[in-house]
Ligand binder design. Sequence first.
Ligand code: SF4
Length: 306
Amino acid sequence: MPCKNCKEKPVIQLPNNPRKLCKTHFIRYFEKKALYTIKKFSLIAKNDKIIIALSGGKDSTSLLYLMNELSKKTRLFLLEAILIDEGIKGYRDKTKKDALAFCKKANIKLNIFSYKQEFGMTLDQMIRRIPQKPCTICGVFRRYLLNKYSRKLGFNKLATGHNLDDEAQSILMNQFRRNNAASARLGPITGMLESKSFIKRIKPFYLLTEKETAAYSFLKGFPITFTECPYALQGYRWDVRIWLNNIESKYPGTKHSIITSFLETLPLLKAHYKASAKLNSCTTCKEPTSKNICQACVLLKELKHV
Ligand code: SF4
């Protein structure tokens, strides 16, 4: 069967949909959906200063490309990229190279910060010191650095390449762990409290699946090494991802249903948890935290005392 919109050979069948599209119409569909997401959830405002969290992988590279095109076309907002180098041998060094090559070609300023430079050791070294899982340590420090340096560089929004699959996994992980407060912080635009110290995160790929972002980056020919982090298999997210993919292949549309029903309940969740949400300043590093000492400082103390 040819493309739904022309006679060209199709390259993809849309998820949860019998339609097949050729390269040109898929790229058009993908970009339109990202723009629709930006408009529907009011992710961008005039004069925003947006920094893109770039890993060098398919999602963030596609996002940076799209946002850069949009910024040039509309002149609505300013844009740069930020990359956090955790120090994962054989993985981040490769994706960092891809990110540098992409930004150089597109003439986008790339700001790089590393665990080694900031905390004195790489993630590879950290996981040999304390028993926590790599993704737990990695997530805490990455969020910390992204927020700290996005703010210090003068940006008011941080755009991430999170897609529909990532969000569906996070929703389920929070459900399985009975952590509704964490789910209240999810959504296409994160955060519950307005604060200059906490940079809002936006997710323009919120309604696009992992399969779609992979196809888009491949068809656009972005210089990407399709590689997985060696620690990914040890994370809880990995098991949820495999499980959810199995359910999706048996019951197509499951992931979309999770997102649609979550969006219906999200305003209630936010309203419920907003009342008890606190934003303090960490007594050690002064970064924003809901506690007295932020998670990064707690982990760092542990790492330095072994
Ligand atoms: Fe970090 Fe885990 Fe992602 Fe690897 S898979 S980059 S350890 S969060």
